[in-house]
Write a new protein. Structure first.
Lengths: 960, 219
């Protein structure tokens, strides 16, 4: 039976654009502009989902963008929010969280055994006996959750943008619209966001049978459309508040991070359900939900309904129902003096029976338990929360609307650091203290009459103008008059329960009472024990009632209970939105294209991508790495070292700076010479090492390991600020390319290319010169990290690729072969060089790795020196030693990080280990106990399979 | 004198532009026909200008040395000026300057005579930038995804230099007029060049633009 109404003035659907879709296998037609929920209700479908825990049938509750019981899947995406997502042609939808469909859900039996499953039961039930826990865990994991994650979900790029404005207004109801117009008319650039597909807020649905609000909305929209400095974002929710007035605004296409000079929060209020037995049946909904259905989507919520109210809103809802052609079988007002409401007379005139001082004691389900058959109405003393069940009456109906009050949609205000007080005149938390640049307006600010809400928007805009240094007149806002818009305690007790407070998690009144009895009587503890407010709607319809119930249990005023923490995001937000485009920044050397063409296998080192080794058909990684190593040992190898950090230290105090920064001595270093540098932190722990080449009296060229480059440069800058030396630091990491040619044939390759004499006598280890190769100015440094004979060539990075190609050509007849970082690590291991980060950790000091020769303790100062002086007086607890395994070892190969054992005691760990093809045995470095460090000492390494392998301490460089 | 030709830090693959040489560096002159590139440029064109000549200097005496060379310097930190018809001077902080010759500029060659040893308090800063020109009507749309700062005319003074984060990396950015059009200039460390070029191009192509060769802007 179609529930679609005749055309409503201001409806959001386009009747000339039908949309066909299916739900649970049945075909339906809605209209463009419908949400999934509105289209289904219009088609007469009432049961739209099953509850999370008890699998109770559910329909619409709030229809205010947080109806978590109406979540569907299209087979690809899951947990599609039915009340929010627009209907699309061809959608094939199923409700989530059912086994066998929403009508015949096999898990609906859980509702029958719900007395056995009170909140917290699984905390207590499944942790013993311990051996059964895996069984229960598996069962619970299978049963829990809503939709099923599709791990094959396609990646759809959702852009994350940045936008700026003078004033961001969140919420485009009457207050937000008034604020926008007032601010924009004074020259501010205003961005107005609203989560709904159309702006206007309650003006678009709350009519009380009149056209006055529609008329006002039309006027406001007309003005907004004619104001160019107002940018409207519809279908966009403000997901959170972050420092400096940054608010992520989520739309279907992505997230925009809006930064504003000021923010007005005009987010309004969430309608709160009264609590009575079976208040969750399909057909029972909030009054504002019914109004939205009627006005925005032209859907009649039911044919004959009962209006339950504890405030004046129910009277407005009843008039809208009547206007829509629905029968109102009764209006049940918790308040004894309800009929004094100005709208009551009109309802009576239209034949509506008003039951003041009554409550709905329970809703009677239909025979199939899938809808409403009737309600049981009883006299109710709302001050003392007493129901007179002896005088109950039953009224038949097929639907119920509920209006009991409101809770401020203040999540963003809380996140901004607001202070809130409880206002007893309106039974609502209202802002008492606002951070700078944050303003509240409208119902979230405790202002309820329409006239006052419009004025409050203008008042907030005037305050923003003054905050931004402009002049603006004071705007008076009238104080709240009359009865409270929210009831102080709209909770109807029932001995059989099923009076739901939280519809996300199926939490009933008795669950709160039980939680308090168990000692969880603090709102934060109660939240976690009962899980109230922890479902997808995050307590938007339940937190306020939970606070009221706890306050009643503890006999405290509501303000003493407080509220729970409101965290971003305001609504469930897809991970795709949060991820946005993948910005995985990475650095490449100028030679990268050559490496790619040479089929390099790359490894990430810090931000850089480096060749680990070069792949060749038919050969495995180990084989290739060992071939690269042998090329360096027997002929020559070439490696791209452009990723190394490089810093120029310039100025009269350059040497003094290095003396303080590093452990070595540099004041007496000659121009044309390079020296080892070792950096410690204040506690004497090894941070980094490298080479400092003195290229001129006042110019040192320092290399830093790849992954530490940025951190070490930052430290240099920091210490320079502290020391105030006459030094200039220039980070040239990306500016200079670096090519290392190593191996016995390296000199033969390079000598013809440079005017320098590269002989050992003229250019020994530690030499550094500025020269030319192929006419390119280069810095040539003789180093010994991977081979006894090796040269680093530093050149402007734009020349790195042609230089590399030219060197490859020059070395072709000498067996020159490119090698990667895997071979580099093995080559340096063969020479016995430790690598900070590989062979050291965040606690390693220089004494433990045998780096005493790099320490010049007699200097006046270097970073970490004072700590080393203390450490030097203590007994070492570990020592890095070189070791070998037995020649021809063929057992379980130890790995990096395998433990060194002495009997059953752990005494250290392996830091580096590999088979050396040139030495034809397994070599490595390991931390051992000081008692195990002597040459020739044997120690045990425990491998991954638990076997023990004997290693022997040897001297470096390793020998075959 | 080297016979080696410098390579741009940018990797054009898989595009196959027609290449040329400027200032000793290979650079893409055209990615497509003139009409297509002009259309692209008007929507969102990304051009590699890493080949422009640059000279950078820092230190307490950097300003006085540059002034002595006859350069007009930006009076404020993080601002730029046109030192000659085809040369920009960017002030990157209190005491650091970047001079960049545009297509027809020739000032940097003269500045490279700088003798650091003879100029106490001034240090030559080697540059290896990847540099780009962004043009077209959707350039702010692109930049709004990469940069959190407000780059609209109303918020960015005409001669401001921004040293900020673009797509997660450090970059320098300014707005200038080029052949009567408003364009944005971006500089980043050359090692990030392939990454930033890729991101700029990916977004530009989504927005209806794409790669534009040097010839499209400069003749």
């Amino acid at each position: 039976m179609s529930m679609r109404l005749q055309k409503q003035n201001g409806e959001w659907i386009s009747r000339d654009k039908p949309v066909r879709f299916s739900f649970e296998g049945k075909e339906y037609t809605g209209f463009e502009g419908d949400t999934i929920t509105s289209a289904l209700l219009a088609a007469g479908v009432k049961v739209l989902g099953r509850s999370f825990k008890y699998h109770r049938p559910r329909g619409v509750l709030s229809f205010a963008n947080h109806d978590i019981n109406v979540m569907v899947t299209d087979g690809k995406d899951t947990n599609i929010r039915g009340d929010v997502v627009a209907l699309e042609n061809g959608m094939q939808l199923q409700a989530v969280n059912t086994d066998g469909g929403v009508i015949k859900d096999k898990n609906s039996y859980i509702d029958k055994i719900s007395p056995l499953l009170p909140v917290g039961f699984y905390y207590k039930a499944f942790h013993k006996p311990l051996f059964l826990f895996p069984f229960w865990e598996k069962l619970i994991r299978k049963s829990a959750g809503l939709g099923i994650v599709n791990f094959n979900f396609p990646r759809i790029n959702k852009r994350k943008l940045n936008a700026h404005c003078d004033l961001l207004i969140i919420g485009a109801g009457p207050s937000g619209l008034a604020a926008a117009l007032a601010a924009a008319s004074n020259g501010l650039e205003v961005t107005l966001v609203d989560e709904n597909q159309q702006i206007g807020g309650s003006l678009s649905y709350d009519h009380a049978g009149s056209d006055a609000n529609r008329k006002l909305l039309g006027e406001l929209l007309n003005k907004v459309n004619q104001t160019p400095n107002i940018t409207v974002r519809k279908g966009a929710y403000a997901a959170g508040y972050y420092a400096d007035h940054m608010v992520p605004v989520v739309e279907a296409g992505g997230i925009t991070r809006v930064r504003a000079k000021a923010v007005i929060v005009a987010t309004g209020v969430f309608e709160q359900p009264p609590v009575f037995r079976n208040n969750d049946l399909p057909g029972v909904m909030l009054g504002s939900a019914a109004q939205r259905l009627i006005s925005r989507f032209a859907v009649k919520p039911f044919n004959k309904g009962v209006v339950v109210t504890a405030n004046s809103q129910g009277y407005r809802v009843a008039l809208d129902l009547l206007t829509a052609g629905a029968k109102v079988a009764a209006l049940v007002d918790f308040r004894a003096d309800g009929p004094r409401d100005p709208l009551a007379a009109e309802l009576v005139r239209q034949g509506v029976k008003i039951h003041a001082g009554h409550c709905v004691y329970e809703v009677v389900p239909s025979a199939d338990k899938l809808g409403v058959k009737a309600v049981v109405i009883c006299p109710f003393d709302d001050s003392n929360n007493v129901v007179d069940t002896a005088r109950s009456i039953t009224v038949e109906c097929d639907g119920v609307t509920m209006s009991a009050g409101w809770a401020p949609a203040a999540a963003l205000l809380y996140q901004s650091g607001i202070g809130m007080d409880y206002d007893n005149t309106i039974q609502q938390f209202v802002p008492s203290r606002l951070p700078k640049g944050i303003f509240a307006a409208g119902r979230v600010n405790g202002v309820f009459s329409l006239e006052n809400r419009v004025a409050d928007g203008a008042r907030a805009a005037a305050e923003v103008l003054r905050f931004l240094g402009k002049s603006a007149p004071e705007v008076a806002v009238g104080k709240h008059q009359g009865v409270s818009p929210s009831h102080a305690y709209p909770i109807v007790p029932h001995p059989k329960g099923k009076n739901f407070v939280d519809f996300d998690e199926d939490i009933q009144v008795k669950d709160f009472i039980n939680a308090a009895q168990e000692g969880f009587d603090n709102i934060e503890l109660m939240k976690r024990f009962t899980t109230v407010g922890m479902g997808p709607s995050q307590g938007k319809h339940s937190n306020m009632n939970a606070i009221r119930i706890l306050a009643r249990i503890r006999a405290l005023p509501v303000e003493k209970i407080g509220t729970t923490t409101a965290r971003p995001f305001f609504h469930p937000t897809p991970f795709g939105h949060l991820g946005g485009r993948s910005f995985h920044s990475h650095r490449l050397t100028g030679i990268h294209a050559w490496h790619e063409a040479a089929n390099a296998s790359f490894v990430d080192v810090g931000a850089w991508s480096r060749p680990a080794y070069y792949q060749k058909d038919g050969l495995g990684k180990q084989q290739l790495v060992q071939q690269e190593v042998m090329a360096v040992r027997q002929a020559a190898g070439i490696i791209d070292g452009g990723t190394l950090g490089k810093v120029e230290v310039c100025g009269p105090d350059a040497a003094l700076f290095l003396e303080r920064f590093y452990t070595g001595r540099y004041a007496d270093q000659k121009v044309g010479e390079s020296r080892y540098v070792l950096l410690l932190d204040d506690s004497g722990v090894i941070v980094d090492d490298g080479i400092a080449s003195r290229l001129a009296d006042e110019l040192f060229y320092v290399t830093i390991s790849t992954s530490n480059a940025a951190a070490v440069y930052r430290e240099m800058q920091r210490w320079l600020q502290i020391w105030q030396l006459n030094v200039g630091l220039v980070n040239v990491t990306g500016v200079y390319g670096l090519i290392n040619v190593a191996g016995p044939k390296s000199r033969d390759i390079l000598q013809p290319l440079v005017a320098l004499d590269l002989s050992n006598e003229a250019f020994p280890m530690g030499s550094a010169r500025v020269t030319n190769i192929f006419g390119v100015p280069v810095r040539l440094v003789r180093v010994g990290f991977v081979a006894e004979l090796a040269y680093e060539i530093h050149m402007p990075s734009a020349y790195a690729l042609p230089m590399w190609k030219a060197l490859m050509e020059a070395g072709a007849n000498h067996g020159l072969r490119a090698f990667g970082t895997d071979a580099q690590r093995l080559l340096r291991l063969e020479l016995g060089h430790h690598m900070p980060g590989y062979d050291t950790d965040g606690l390693t000091n220089p004494f433990e790795v045998g780096a005493e020769s790099a320490l010049h303790m007699d200097k006046p100062f270097f970073i970490g020196q004072r700590s080393l002086q203390i450490i030097a007086k203590k007994v070492l607890t570990k020592q890095l030693v070189p070791f070998t395994l037995a020649a021809g070892f063929s057992g379980e190969m130890p790995m990096d990080c395998n433990l060194v054992m002495e009997n059953d005691k752990i005494t250290g760990r392996v830091t580096s280990i590999a088979y050396s093809p040139s030495l034809r045995r397994v070599i490595g470095l390991a931390y051992v106990a000081p008692t195990q460090q002597a040459l020739g000492t044997e120690f045990q390494i425990r491998t991954d399979n638990g076997s023990l392998v004997t290693a022997t301490v040897v001297a470096t460089p390793f020998n075959a | 004198m080297t016979l080696m030709i410098k390579t741009t830090p940018v990797s054009y693959a898989p595009l196959a532009p027609s290449m040329g040489e400027l200032n000793g560096m290979q650079v893409a002159l055209r990615f497509d026909s003139e009409s297509i590139e002009n259309a692209r440029k008007s929507v969102l064109g990304v051009t590699d200008v890493s080949c422009f000549q640059r000279f950078s200097i820092k230190g307490s005496q950097a300003a006085s040395w540059l002034s002595a060379q006859g350069l007009a310097l930006p009076p404020e930190n993080n601002s730029w000026t046109q030192a000659a018809p085809d040369t920009l001077v960017l002030r990157l902080g209190a005491s650091e300057y970047l001079v960049e010759d545009q297509y027809h500029g020739a000032l940097c060659q003269r500045l490279r005579t700088f003798d650091q040893a003879a100029t106490p308090g001034a240090y030559h800063v080697q540059r290896g930038d990847a540099a780009f020109v962004l043009s077209g009507s959707k350039v702010l749309d692109l930049l709004s995804e990469l940069c959190m700062l407000d780059l609209r005319d109303s918020a960015l003074p005409a001669h401001s230099v921004l040293m900020t984060q673009l797509a997660g990396i450090s970059a320098t950015l300014l707005r200038q007029q080029l052949n009567g059009e408003t364009v944005f200039r971006i500089w980043c460390d050359g090692s990030y060049g392939p990454y930033l070029w890729g991101m700029l191009l990916e977004i530009a192509q989504e927005l209806g633009g794409g790669a534009v060769g040097l010839s499209c802007h400069y003749q």
